[in-house]
Design a protein around this ligand. Structure first.
Ligand code: GLU
Length: 298
């Protein structure tokens, strides 16, 4: 029995692109190189952004690239009762409150790391005559500290950087931070590996784990891949969609950008050989400790 469980959690808002492959390779290798399991979850909560058919195409593409998940694939759209239970627990404990502010009202606070900090209007109860719209998690000024396996130490005061954050949106959709924490715990995840653009979400997720008395996860954030103009590769960058006919070359390139440059030998002709090589040589210290790496860096 292994005690290492990694995961990959794409949002089905389009097809996988090369940047997604790099994150998937990192999470796969980081779990499998240490004899762990690798799970897959489809983050399909944000229904207005879901592109029909993309979840199926993402799964097929991962299989085609040899990235086969262990166990059943979880879909967030089927997890409503688990999120409701977590939100009820947070409210019972005083860690969450109903908020009646419109988006505009909620943005009246001082500037924070990700836009204005919630001004605290409803944290001690809804003002008279206000209807609940969203639900927020209450935070304080204490520093949340964690050590990312690649990016190093992270310390953030949620009160000063983000403020009381939304866990259920006004449209009724459970927010990313809460769903992630509840599902990571349900899937037994020990290692969260993803793109560095989500690094600043980690303190909020650690806080929710503490409030819900869930096990804490380890974090590893890989650099995002940028094009030659320094722009993050997007799902819209059609040229970088994952063409299965080029899977060996794309896998080689992705591993090389993660600091694991496989040898170019006759055996390196298959994708499965490249993956086996990566598992045998996986070493976190080789991953560039950067927030972005250019597609052309290797
Ligand atoms: N679903 C998120 C995304 O595709 C990633 C979530 C996570 O890894 O925590 O950007």
């Amino acid at each position: 029995m292994t005690d290492i469980i990694g995961r990959y959690a794409p949002s089905p808002t389009g097809d996988l692109h090369f940047g997604s492959l790099v994150a998937a390779l990192a999470s796969y290798c980081h779990a499998k190189a240490r004899g762990g399991l690798w799970r897959l979850r489809i983050d399909d909560l944000d229904t207005p952004r879901v592109v029909p058919g993309s979840a199926e195409r993402i799964v097929e593409t991962l299989y085609a690239f040899g990235l086969k998940p262990d166990g059943p694939i979880m879909s967030q759209s089927r997890r409503g009762p688990a999120y409701d239970a977590a939100i009820a627990q947070l409210k019972r404990q005083g860690n969450a409150f109903d908020c009646g502010c419109t988006r505009r009202e909620a943005r009246q606070g001082p500037p924070g790391d990700e836009g204005p900090i919630y001004p605290g209007t409803c944290r001690d109860g809804l003002p008279a005559g206000r209807e609940p719209r969203s639900i927020r998690c209450r935070v304080d000024d204490r520093s949340i500290r964690l050590v990312d396996a690649v990016q190093g130490p992270v310390a953030q005061s949620l009160g000063r950087a983000v403020g009381d954050f939304v866990i259920r949106r006004a449209d009724g959709i459970t927010a990313y931070q809460l769903a992630t924490v509840v599902d990571d715990a349900a899937q037994g995840i020990t290692e969260v590996v993803r793109g560095v653009d989500l690094l600043t979400s980690s303190p909020r997720q650690r806080w929710l784990q503490q409030c819900l008395a869930l096990p804490t996860t380890a974090y590893l954030h890989v650099p995002i891949i940028v094009d030659d103009r320094g722009e993050k590769l997007g799902k819209s960058t059609g040229a970088l969609a994952l063409d299965r006919r080029r899977k060996r070359e794309l896998t080689w390139h992705g591993l090389a950008l993660l600091g694991h440059r496989p040898p170019v030998t006759p055996e390196a002709r298959s994708t499965s050989w490249l993956l086996d090589w990566a598992l045998a040589h996986w070493c976190v210290e080789r991953i560039p400790q950067k927030s972005a790496v250019s597609l052309n860096a290797v």
